[in-house]
Ligand binder design. Structure first.
Ligand SMILES: Nc1ncnc2c1ncn2[C@@H]1O[C@H](COP(=O)(O)OP(=O)(O)OP(=O)(O)O)[C@@H](O)[C@H]1O
Length: 280
């Protein structure tokens, strides 16, 4: 467990090392956080592009240890909502609490320092850098000295199975290794909660199974997960709770096997998504 005084830097969020980080008994700055308080909570989030509300009053509370599957049709607002959770986009209204702290207007770096990491739907790796150097970029968040960041990156590379390509130029990687690198770079920031935005999209059924195994191992390390994914079988096999978005709103949530029986979910989404090819 870590409980420290707030940093004197402008971010007011302290840097803490050790992967994976553990314990949520203290909020940043040593404020007590109730054990049953959500790790991350978004309330009544609205994001508008002109007169169009991409996210229209969506709320979600995520507890430590959960794997949440966020599903819904194309354009439902999942990624936009994700971007708000990670601090990349500020909502027009609503609030976001991370570990008991209001982060609605906080920067992505502050979110990362508080223990939230995300992967991008299209991997945002630095093509001209090696795999190891890319992972070091994440590790620098908590290890400012290069030797320590390199050692921390090594651990993550071993954990994610990237050792055989550790010295390869990232731009030379195929889709599965690129997706894995995206996850590795997020893990190197030593998160307590990891948001995966379609991290399994574009993989073959065999690669999907390997990626599901990796997600299970990440969860076994004590990391809470929120996954946006279109392949329902992935949600059914991984998620404790499925949350369904449609037209910017949460229209249903619950145990994945219950949610798929919900007539509103079938009408809004599953009628289309079940026709997508699941992992064999
Ligand atoms: N920067 C933007 N400017 C204008 N409209 C946007 C912008 N970003 C997203 N949108 C629109 O907001 C809506 C929600 O998009 P979003 O990407 O959040 O949906 P999604 O549920 O993640 O979809 P997908 O499953 O296809 O990734 C879409 O209609 C999209 O076109």
């Amino acid at each position: 467990m870590w409980c420290t005084a707030p940093s004197s830097s402008s971010s007011a969020v302290s840097r803490q090392a050790g992967w994976p980080r553990s314990g949520l008994g203290c909020g940043p700055g040593g404020h007590a956080v109730a054990d049953d308080a959500p790790l991350l909570e978004a309330r009544d989030i609205v994001v508008a592009f002109g007169s169009f509300r991409a996210v229209d009053g969506a709320s979600l509370a995520i507890r430590k240890g959960e794997i949440i599957g966020l599903i819904g049709p194309n354009g439902a607002g999942k990624s936009t909502f994700f971007n708000c959770l990670a601090g990349e986009r500020q909502p027009a209204s609503g609030s976001i609490m991370l570990r008991g702290r209001d982060v609605t207007r906080a920067s992505p770096e502050d979110h990362a320092l508080l223990g939230l990491a995300r992967s991008w739907q299209v991997p945002a790796v630095f093509d001209d850098m090696s795999v190891h150097e890319n992972v070091m970029v994440g590790a620098f968040l908590r290890h400012p000295h290069a030797a320590e960041a390199a050692a921390a990156a090594d651990q993550v590379i071993d954990f994610t199975g990237l050792r055989p390509v550790a010295r390869a130029r990232s731009g030379s990687l195929g889709t599965p290794a690129r997706k894995r690198l995206e996850i590795a770079r997020a893990l190197a920031t030593e998160p307590e909660i990891l948001l995966l935005d379609e991290a399994l999209a574009g993989l073959t059924p065999t690669e999907v199974r390997a990626a599901i195994d990796l997600v299970r191992q990440i969860h076994a390390r004590g990391i809470t997960l929120v996954i946006v994914e279109h392949v329902m079988e992935v949600i059914l096999s991984l998620a404790h709770r499925a949350v369904v978005f449609n037209q910017g709103k949460v229209i249903a949530q619950g145990a994945p096997r219950d949610v798929v029986q919900d007539p509103g979910v079938i009408e809004a989404y599953l009628g289309r998504s079940l026709s997508r090819k699941p992992p064999a």
